[in-house]
Design a protein around this ligand. Structure first.
Ligand code: K7E
Ligand code: CUA
Length: 664
């Protein structure tokens, strides 16, 4: 959420309704109490109670923190390369970042969503979205690695994503930018938005056993901006809710032109109905191009496949799939309470929070209580779907999470606070300041049927004076609140990687026991694996040289290689023979213009290196693996192009000098 100027403009207009001062958090002065430190303290050697999976925004990464300590446990490259792990640099991982546009090693990851079973977090996978070049990733929580990435056709700015249904039947993604469909000529005047631009919602199925994703279908909707979404649950399972802005269908200066109407929409999607239409063959097959990338823990490598077809359902023709509910004003967050009955729309420019009732919505549809239609989609009357409004909650509401005890917590960007309110009577119960300009928030399980309402974490957009200055950009920041009592209590600030947007947290017990400790070397199916030092080899094919090598504390095999020639492309396929937890080895060679390799026990990874010129090129292990780590090294001798120095490799012995000389 970067639209500070829009918000600022809105805040200005609010000054008529309420003075800015009147919204200043009342308890700003006593934000941190004396017992705060002990509540966030996790003694050395003790584990945290929760994992917190935090989106890294424009870093393209996802970070894992322990709660309540705020300790950073792991940064997971998702839509990014990461030299720390060799991710995106090794030959095995590069295909994960392939798209229909080629290799795209960056994206903007805004939202994380944990898989669920029966509406409860099950600890199997966490999903993340790529905003820019639309993709959805699945991260395996056994390995804490990206296991799969699927690209989304007919989309641009995959923001309303990746939200899931209560049994992880689908990961759902709504496009932020409406654009002409991929199979139509996109070379049209921009001001033909109203005729030519469409908004697409993607339903990605997730296989129960292994999590494999597939685009089951897409729904073509009117051209608007989809912002956020959440699945129905319990009684509203089978429905999905999306916030929409720019229902003005503006194509320029949106900060003004997309803020004209008093109300935009929440779009309700009956996806069970969509499934019926799909079964009945009502979908249109559309020619598209998108990448589907998967990583195998057997071959320890990724494959990328370009797919060419998607099935599209037209919301205009298939009348009873989509409905619009008016929602004030430029809604951002779209959140469903644990019972599935209440749908909260957070209008960035609204002075209240509307809460919609699922039951009333269903009745309104049955009664055809419509206020007309929008581009062929029925618009339900606001009052017919409205449960009630939270009056004067704060300025710039963005996102809401739930505690499972009948309360909702909404963030306010402009007034920099989290506000707790009761869902039933819509009364504000408590407010806590944030430092500053909070965006998303997270309660463990806070968008599921079963929140664990011990903590609330606020993810802030601006840190100003909270940390030591670090040049023009200051630390990104999260704040932890204890919400176990009636009042929220700030207990910790902790910096985050990249700009955090949505995050989810889960009890560590659900995940920690499943962690893979090492990969079994016997099951390694990488085509270049060496399962022991006896099978290592160096093979020349033209100017390509494959080095199948191994590493184990504390040497490489081979560690002396001669007969490489300038211009050769050398592939180091390094297998880590260790069968023990937390013993990776690294591999780096002088002049390599990619990254290192970091090879987990039992795994094979490949570094491609071009021997540019004659000389001596040392390589070494980058991960301090034993007392003799600094001895873990080797040499590559590169001779001039055209040289006939024989290809020789060895470990622990020397060839007679005559054998290694250039032949006359
Ligand atoms: Cu940051 Cu979810 Cu992109 Cu709101 S979004 S803050
Ligand atoms: Cu192996 Cu250091």
């Amino acid at each position: 959420m970067k639209s500070i100027r829009i918000i600022a403009a809105a805040a200005f207009s609010f000054s008529l309704l309420m003075s800015f001062n009147s919204c200043k958090p009342k308890n700003a002065g006593n934000a941190v109490n004396a017992d705060a430190a002990s509540k966030a303290y996790v003694a050395p050697g003790k584990y945290d109670e929760f994992y917190n999976f935090v989106s890294g925004g424009f870093s393209g990464q996802l970070a894992t923190y322990g709660l309540p300590s705020g300790r950073l446990l792991r940064v997971i490259p998702v839509f990014s390369v990461d030299p720390e792990k060799g991710w995106g640099y090794s030959e095995e991982t590069k295909p994960m970042l392939n798209t229909s546009h080629g290799f795209v090693p960056w994206d903007d990851l805004h939202h994380t969503e944990l898989s669920q079973t029966n509406g409860e977090i099950d600890g199997r996978w966490v999903f993340g979205n790529a905003n820019n070049t639309p993709r959805v990733a699945r991260i395996d929580l056994k390995t804490f690695r990206t296991a799969e990435i699927i690209e989304l056709p007919n989309s641009a700015g995959n923001h309303s994503s990746p939200f899931i249904t209560e049994n992880t039947e689908y990961v759902v993604a709504g496009t932020r930018f409406s654009v002409p469909p991929d199979d139509k000529n996109g070379d049209v005047p921009i001001n033909t938005y109203k005729q030519n631009f469409k908004g697409t919602i993607s339903f990605i199925s997730v296989a129960k056993e292994d999590g494999k994703m597939d685009i089951a279908f897409q729904i073509q909707c009117p051209g608007v901006n989809f912002d956020l979404s959440h699945a129905g649950k319990g009684k509203s399972h089978g429905w999905f809710f999306f916030s929409c802005y720019n229902t003005e269908q503006a194509n320029t200066l949106l900060e003004v032109n997309a803020s004209q109407k008093d109300k935009d929409f929440i779009m309700a999607v009956n996806w069970k109905k969509a499934e019926e239409y799909l079964k009945a063959g009502k979908g249109r097959k559309q020619a598209v191009k998108y990448a589907h990338n998967t990583y195998s823990d057997k071959t320890h490598s990724a494959t990328s496949e370009i797919k060419t077809e998607v099935t599209v359902l037209d919301a205009k023709e298939l009348k009873d799939i989509c409905y619009f509910i008016p929602c004030p004003k430029s809604p951002h967050g779209c959140d469903v309470d644990p019972t599935g009955e209440y749908i909260v729309g957070s209008g960035k420019l609204a002075a209240l929070i509307p809460v919609f009732s699922f039951d009333k919505m269903i009745k309104a549809i049955a009664d055809k209580a419509y206020a007309g239609d929008y581009d062929g989609i029925p618009v339900i009357k606001y009052e017919a779907a409205l449960y009630g409004e939270v009056q004067k909650p704060g300025l710039g509401p963005l996102h809401t999470e739930f505690d499972g005890k009948g309360n909702a917590y909404t963030t306010f960007f402009v007034s920099s606070e989290v506000v707790k309110w009761n869902i039933k009577d819509l009364k504000v119960l408590d407010r806590a300041p944030t430092y500053y300009s909070v965006g998303h928030l997270c309660i463990p399980g806070g968008d599921s049927k079963k929140p664990n309402a011990k903590y609330l974490i606020a993810y802030n957009k601006i840190t100003k004076d909270r940390y030591l200055p670090t040049g023009p950009e200051l630390a990104q920041s999260a704040q932890l609140y204890d919400i176990s009592g009636d009042k929220m209590q700030l207990i910790l600030d902790f910096p985050t990687i990249g700009e955090p947007h949505y995050a989810q947290a889960v009890s560590a017990d659900l995940i920690k026991g499943n962690s893979v400790k090492f990969f079994k070397i016997d099951e390694n199916q990488n085509p270049y694996v060496s399962k022991g030092e006896g099978t290592t080899k160096v093979v020349r094919t033209g100017n390509r040289v494959d080095v199948n090598m191994t590493c184990i504390r504390s040497h490489f095999s081979p560690d002396n290689i001669e007969g490489i020639k300038a211009g050769d492309e050398v592939y180091f396929h390094v297998t880590n023979l260790e069968q023990d937890w937390d013993v990776p080895h690294g591999f780096a060679i002088k002049g390599a213009n990619t990254g290192e390799l970091l090879i987990m026990p039992g795994e094979t990874q490949t570094l491609k290196w071009t021997a540019e010129k004659a000389g001596m090129f040392p390589f070494y292990c980058t991960d301090f693996c034993s007392a003799l780590h600094q001895e873990m090294q080797g040499y590559i001798r590169v001779s001039p192009a055209g040289s006939n120095v024989p290809l020789l490799f060895s470990t622990g012995k020397n060839y007679p000098v005559a054998d290694t000389a250039a032949k006359k």
